[in-house]
Design a binder for this molecule. Structure first.
Ligand SMILES: [Zn+2]
Length: 332
């Protein structure tokens, strides 16, 4: 550590809030914001959490990253955070904004005069854009039985190729499996309205982290999230790197690869699903993944892998319905 950095000493965390809504009881609803900054100019990074109210893990990851930086100060640049973007959904453990049933992460870049979700999205988006960030990491959670992974938005088109390539470069530093979301015809417009998708369309590199289990703070995945973010901050020379760079055990032979997201195959029958393999397992085309039984225990169907890849997660529910996702994969 240079003399200059030592002088910087403990960096203070700035806490502030942005007004988003007045409740029916005239209560003022706010978005909490955090910031920590080095005296030395450098990269600007945003960490955002709980845009889906039931995906609470990111809040703890953000809190812990700030605590860690107070002990091991930033060498350059600044980190901003919105730890809890959907406080309304959080209080009812619901994904959407419980007041309007809207998905905040399908409401970007938002609008000053739009719906409730669009107005909140506008406040978030405007604030983030003001700071001209080099990278935004949006922290989510997934099924209970899933492995953590870094998710890249669907290809945004030639116009945004450069920012997309930078995003991909960051993704390979996460130490997680890297999954590229695929656009289908019916969700193409919706996926453009995610926080990360809207940022990329404004030339800001943005990655989504899926840090496994929703609803509760799972300390293991909080720890994985902190280590992964530390990899990126180290790569940007904003913090002292750990002696050993973090790699999640599920990465294995997929290091340096970008896999395609898929939730296929789905079941073609209705019944009770019994999963045969654990998330993080490497799968081969044709390998049995789950069996579906009817209510009397008759074996109706065995679901097999459509391609080589890795199992990301098994659904939170044993209910098999035709066409409903039961598993998620990263495919080669
Ligand atoms: Zn989410």
């Amino acid at each position: 550590m240079s003399k200059k950095h030592k002088k910087a000493g403990v960096q203070k965390i700035e806490y502030s809030s942005i007004k988003i809504l007045t409740g029916s009881d005239l209560s003022s609803r706010r978005l909490a914001m955090m910031k920590i900054e080095s005296k030395n100019p450098g990269p600007v990074i945003w960490l955002t959490g709980c845009i889906h109210g039931d995906e609470v893990g990111g809040i703890a990851v953000i809190q812990e990253i700030f605590k860690k930086i107070r002990k091991s100060p930033l060498k350059q640049g600044a980190i901003y955070a919105f730890p809890l973007m959907n406080p309304i959904g959080f209080e009812t453990s619901s994904r959407s904004l419980s007041l309007s049933k809207e998905d905040l992460n399908r409401s970007f870049p938002g609008s000053k005069n739009g719906s409730l979700a669009e107005r909140i999205a506008d406040k978030i988006f405007t604030k983030i854009m003001e700071t001209k960030p080099n990278l935004v990491l949006d922290l989510h959670n997934d099924w209970i039985k899933s492995v953590p992974y870094a998710l890249i938005d669907p290809y945004p088109g030639l116009k945004y190729r450069e920012v997309y390539e930078i995003t991909k470069k960051f993704s390979k530093e996460t130490g997680f499996l890297v999954i590229n979301e695929q656009e289908t015809d019916d969700d193409a417009d919706e996926l453009k309205k995610t926080l990360s998708g809207s940022l990329i369309r404004n030339n800001i590199p943005a990655l989504t982290f899926e840090l496994s289990e929703s609803y509760i703070i799972n300390e293991q995945f909080v720890d994985d999230g902190i280590k992964s973010i530390w990899n990126i901050l180290s790569m940007l020379e904003m913090v002292e790197p750990e002696t050993v760079k973090f790699t999640h055990p599920s990465l294995g032979s997929f290091e340096g690869k970008i896999l395609k997201y898929s939730h296929l195959p789905t079941s073609s029958t209705s019944g009770i699903a019994r999963f045969l393999i654990k998330p993080g397992t490497v799968v081969k085309k044709g390998q049995p993944l789950a069996r579906v039984y009817n209510v009397f225990g008759r074996h109706e169907e065995t679901i097999v892998a459509t391609a080589d890849g890795v199992l990301l997660g098994n659904s939170d529910s044993a209910v098999a319905l035709p066409g409903t996702p039961l598993m998620a994969f990263g495919l080669l």
